[in-house]
Write a protein that binds this ligand. Structure first.
Ligand code: COI
Length: 357
């Protein structure tokens, strides 16, 4: 259990006005959580302080070799004013796997969750309540040793910042167009693909630029060896409904184990769908499209929630999915997932965690 010291701001900022679009990750609240790590001492000095700039040496290791990790989860305000998180222990557990891979010292699951809850409670009045909005929570750790040698740092900062946000994609629930990247790859097995670390996202930028240049909003990555099997979108995991079955790439070490991915699988199974986690090739998708069996495609992610895909481009082929409209399953998943998250629906899986009233 952390003994968190709280220092509140004396100059609170104006909160965004209800009804005005928030965008995603552009506005930050009044406070942040911060905790130091020092070799030999462990994690120490957990505190909530006014949101502020950092002062770091330009030699801090994170700037040079990218030793850092992050997580993403959200706080939701129900109609009754109660504040909830969604399966935060899953983020804490995934953070431990990322930390292992990046040689970053572990944070106990209960401390990670306690820190998220504590900072959300301090800034609970920042949780937006317009439909589809929430408070995006971004925990992250950076290596801070002042040293240019390549080695794990001996000091770190763990921080949590909060961003009142709307939909990740400007199009909201309108289906997005996705570019299947055939030249660059994002990750390989044995690499860091399963970890939530900045390097994976840096590796994905070039594909995103190519996709945007052709008016597609996101990139679907293929496996790094054969460039044949579907992996993930980078900001979300991907699902296909083919001939009535729900199919998603299996977790093979180069794909992020998404919390929304896991929740989607559990919901679909509970509704009687056959769910296959397996390798799926781009050729199989093209074939399913030609035979009319590719019924729906959607992405899942904390930021994106459920994001229907209306168009998939691969080299010279463009697959239009479900006439470019949101499918029945995608809509049902969105309604159920958000219904549970905002406290509007029963929570049969025990996913909702109350923070405060
Ligand atoms: C999330 O969904 O929380 C993520 O971290 C993805 C990020 C690209 C916004």
């Amino acid at each position: 259990m952390l003994d968190i010291k709280i220092t509140k701001t004396t100059t609170p900022k104006a909160k965004p006005e209800p009804g005005k679009p928030l965008g995603f990750g552009k506005i930050f609240t009044d406070h942040m959580f911060i905790m130091n790590y020092t070799e030999g001492q462990g994690w120490h000095d957990p505190r909530i302080v006014p949101f502020q700039k950092l002062s770091l040496s330009p030699a801090a290791m994170v700037y040079h070799y990218g030793q850092e990790m992050f997580e993403g989860l959200k706080a939701y305000k129900g109609d009754n004013g109660e504040v909830y998180l969604f399966r935060p222990e899953k983020n804490a557990e995934r953070a431990q796997k990322t930390n292992d891979r990046l040689c970053i010292p572990q944070i106990p699951v209960e401390d990670f969750v306690q820190a998220c809850k504590a900072v959300v409670e301090v800034d609970k009045d920042w949780i937006p309540t317009d439909p589809g909005t929430s408070l995006y929570i971004r925990p992250f750790i950076i290596a801070t040793d002042e040293f240019l040698g390549v080695a794990p740092s001996e000091t770190y900062l763990f921080m949590i910042i909060l961003a009142p946000s709307g939909a990740y994609y400007e199009s909201g629930l309108d289906p997005v167009g996705i570019w299947i990247e055939d030249e660059y790859v994002r990750a390989v097995r044995g690499g860091m693909g399963f970890a939530k670390t900045g390097g994976n996202y840096a590796a994905s930028l070039i594909g995103q630029v190519k996709a945007h240049n052709d008016a597609y909003s996101q990139v679907l990555w293929l496996d790094g060896v054969e460039r044949k099997y579907i992996e993930e979108v980078g900001s979300m995991n991907i699902f296909f409904k083919i001939d009535g079955k729900v199919v998603t790439p299996m977790l093979n070490g180069s794909i992020l184990p998404g919390v929304t991915r896991d929740s989607t699988i559990q919901l679909c199974k509970s509704w009687g769908y056959e769910v296959e986690e397996r390798r799926i090739s781009v050729d199989e998708l093209l074939e399913a499209q030609h035979t009319g069996k590719l019924e729906e495609v959607f992405g899942t992610g904390t930021a994106a929630v459920i994001s229907p895909v209306g168009k998939l481009r691969y080299v010279d082929d463009v697959m239009v999915i479900n006439n470019g409209e949101i499918g029945e399953l995608s809509q049902k998943l969105y309604d159920t997932m958000t219904g549970i998250q905002y406290g509007k629906l029963d929570d049969p899986f025990g996913w909702r965690v109350k923070v405060c009233d």
